[in-house]
Design a protein around this ligand. Structure first.
Ligand SMILES: [Zn+2]
Length: 127
């Protein structure tokens, strides 16, 4: 594939990923977790079982770890929008990678165009 075709292909790919990224309307950083905790009361049912179930989302903010309890009705919603965030970040990295490749291809293309231009005049040819 020629450099020009490669650049065009890359731009198509980039536009496609960008469109996917921009279609994400809701997202939330964090991880959904289910944890079992014993409350510590010796007469509670959990004393000899695995404990009470807690549904949480944890995330980090300004280097600090944060946790919030999730209402049961919101579990699938939270899973969905934290998934959206991961997808967003992944695609953002993909765009960055593509831009790196584009930069290299543009350098290659520039070299080829300059060389072609030099070839048009004898006095510009490097021998
Ligand atoms: Zn308990």
């Amino acid at each position: 594939m020629s450099t020009l075709n490669q650049i065009e292909e890359l731009e198509k790919q980039r536009a496609r990923i960008l469109k996917q990224i921009l279609s994400i309307g809701l997202m939330l950083p964090g991880t959904y977790k289910e944890v079992y905790c014993k409350c510590g009361k010796p007469n509670c049912w959990c004393y000899e079982k695995q404990g009470h179930l807690f549904r949480r989302i944890t995330w980090s903010e300004n280097g600090r770890s944060r946790t919030k309890a999730i209402p049961e009705d919101d579990i699938s919603w939270i899973k969905e929008i934290t998934g959206n965030y991961r997808e967003f970040q992944k695609k953002r990295r993909q765009i960055k990678e593509l831009e790196g490749v584009l930069k290299d291809l543009l350098g290659k293309h520039a070299g080829a165009v300059i060389e072609k231009s030099r070839q048009l005049r004898d006095y510009l040819c490097q021998k």
